[in-house]
Design a protein around this ligand. Structure first.
Ligand SMILES: NC(=O)c1ccc[n+]([C@@H]2O[C@H](COP(=O)([O-])OP(=O)(O)OC[C@H]3O[C@@H](n4cnc5c(N)ncnc54)[C@H](OP(=O)(O)O)[C@@H]3O)[C@@H](O)[C@H]2O)c1
Length: 291
């Protein structure tokens, strides 16, 4: 199966990168996009352009689709649905777990195999050995196409038989990304008030993030065990430095709303009698916010 032909439907920024990786790996690649004019450089590289979505689907046993959302997937594939039987549809569009499960049923009703994938990378990283793409679906189906899918990223992994699980990991990881982005933006804004450039701050910030990631390992064990005894710092100990951060932000005119939210979480846990617990105790707020 090392030279399986592929069809790539959707040539946005991500779809173009996916198609280019297949062409670079010498896989016969057919491409199609709703709006014309996005396939030119792929054709120059050696891809074939299908005139219709049906022609794209029938050009290959492995059909990769990567568009804006799952509604667009269904809309696009509707004219070609009679031709999906016996093919494998790999949906790399971002979505939620319920959408992925519904899409798998839709594909099964049309006789198609289905893998759902979450791309944990931006387009320039597609094809790199460290690039992670998380898959859900039948292990047998995944095994057949694993080498072809690994062309898109060396860190390609089958997470679960359940096609909804990659989307769940995707949103969970993106949540970490956005909260980290906000932490960094706030910190850079603080330092900018003393004309310290974000690029000068970056080496310390990067090392700090590595340290913070190591704290999470201990918290993960505590979360799984439901025991939050502090071995590093208690919630109570974290209140004064958090207050300093809020004060420093206030005197410099920097928005600290996200950190005020952190204070409400710690205050709530302390009010509930958990002052001597570790930060891992805060998981209980997310599990039962009403409580
Ligand atoms: N870019 C990233 O860094 C990244 C990373 C991980 C995952 N993803 C996911 O990859 C998917 C594609 O992202 P992208 O960056 O390629 O987005 P994009 O550059 O905005 O491209 C969107 C693609 O979806 C198509 N599309 C949008 N609405 C459509 C509709 N109603 N019917 C048919 N086609 C429609 C567009 O076709 P037209 O050209 O005709 O508009 C285009 O091919 C998304 O689910 C995104 O979340 C992206």
């Amino acid at each position: 199966m090392n030279n399986t032909a592929v069809a790539v439907i959707g040539l946005g920024m991500m779809g173009q990168a996916l198609a280019a990786a297949f062409v670079n790996a010498a896989r016969p690649t057919t491409v199609w996009n709703r709006t014309q004019g996005k396939a030119e450089h792929l054709i120059e590289m050696g891809a074939s352009q299908a005139p219709t979505v049906t022609a794209a689907v029938t050009a290959a046993p492995l059909v990769i689709i990567c568009v804006r959302d799952y509604d667009a997937v269904r809309e696009l594939l509707a004219p070609a649905e009679a031709h999906l039987s016996g093919r494998v549809l790999v949906n790399l569009t971002s979505g939620a777990s319920d959408e992925a499960r519904a899409m798998a049923e839709w594909a099964a009703e049309r006789g198609a195999g289905y893998l759902d994938g979450a791309i944990m990378m931006t387009p320039p990283g597609i094809g790199a050995p460290q690039t992670v793409i998380l898959y859900g679906g039948s292990p047998e189906l995944y095994e057949v196409h694993e080498k072809t899918l690994a062309v898109l990223g060396g860190g390609t992994t089958l997470l679960s038989y359940d096609v909804g699980i990659p989307s769940l990991y995707d949103v969970a990881l993106l949540g970490i990304m956005w909260s980290t982005f906000n932490g960094f933006m706030h910190a850079a804004a603080l330092l900018n008030t003393e004309k310290i450039a974000a690029t000068d701050f970056m080496p310390l910030a990067g090392d700090w993030l590595t340290g913070v990631a190591s704290f999470l390992t201990a918290y993960a064990h505590q979360i799984d065990e439901g025991e939050y005894a502090a071995s590093d710092a208690t919630l109570e100990t974290q209140l004064p430095p958090l207050s300093h951060l809020l004060h420093e932000s206030r005197i410099r005119g920097i928005d600290a709303t996200m950190h005020e939210y952190t204070k409400t979480l710690i205050d709530e846990a302390i009010a509930n009698g958990h002052a001597l617990d570790s930060y891992a105790r805060i998981i209980e707020h997310f599990r039962t916010p009403a409580a």
